[in-house]
Structure formats: C-alpha cells, structure tokens
Design a protein around this ligand. Structure first.
Ligand SMILES: [Zn+2]
Length: 119
C-alpha cells in the first residue's frame, strides 16, 4: 500500500554520486530449461451439471451450506447464499433455489461444531 501522492518524484541529485548501473559481466547466459508439463490429462474441468448439486455428508447431522444458483434465467444467478442450518437427513444435502426451483450447486458444506440442540 503506497500513500505516495506524487507518482513521479523528482530524481535525486546524482551529479556528485554518479554510479553506472552496468550489470556484471557474465561469461555465459543462464540456461533456462523448459519445465515439462505436469501430467493432468485425466482431469478435465467438470461440466456445470456436475458442480455438486448434491453432496454426501454424514447422516443426521447439521451443516452450514453455501450454494449458488446456476440457472441462467434466475434472478439469483451466481448469487451465493449460506444456509446456517441444513439437516443432512440420510446423508445427502441438496439445495433448491427458492426462486427458480432448481437444484443449486453446493459450494461448501461445513459440519456445525458443536451440533445445535434440536428438540
Ligand atoms: Zn435460482
């Protein structure tokens, strides 16, 4: 973070302190070897349909779930919301958009610690 108000400050008076900025002589230029590409052929980007419409978690557990609507025509498109209390039931969490009624890709599901006491 710079608070310098002047983007081009005046150069210092270098007449009395002249120093050439020549780099030291090098006998050989550094050899730059191209690094081999890591093997990632088996990891193509997943299509949008598999973004995680359902996540498998521990059953009968409360989670804080963040999801985002991916429906192009939905007013909630790309709007992420966090539900602080989502019950996993049998161990699968799905989030349905309240506006378009479609499943919302789940960005994260965080197990609540401690689990809330539900009577
Ligand atoms: Zn929606």
């Amino acid at each position: 973070m710079s608070t310098e108000p002047n983007p081009s400050p005046a150069p210092p008076d270098s007449l009395a302190d002249e120093q050439p900025t020549e780099p030291p002589l090098e006998t050989e230029p550094p050899v730059i070897e191209p690094e081999p590409e890591p093997e990632e052929e088996a990891a193509p980007p997943p299509p949008e349909e598999t973004l995680g419409l359902a996540v498998t978690v521990e059953p009968s557990t409360w989670y804080e779930v963040t999801s985002v609507c991916a429906t192009q025509t939905c007013p909630n498109l790309n709007t992420a919301t966090t539900e602080p209390l989502v019950y996993s039931n049998a161990g699968t969490i799905r989030m349905v958009c309240g506006l378009c009624g479609k499943f919302r890709p789940i960005l994260s599901a965080v197990k609540l610690d401690p689990q809330p006491e539900m009577s």
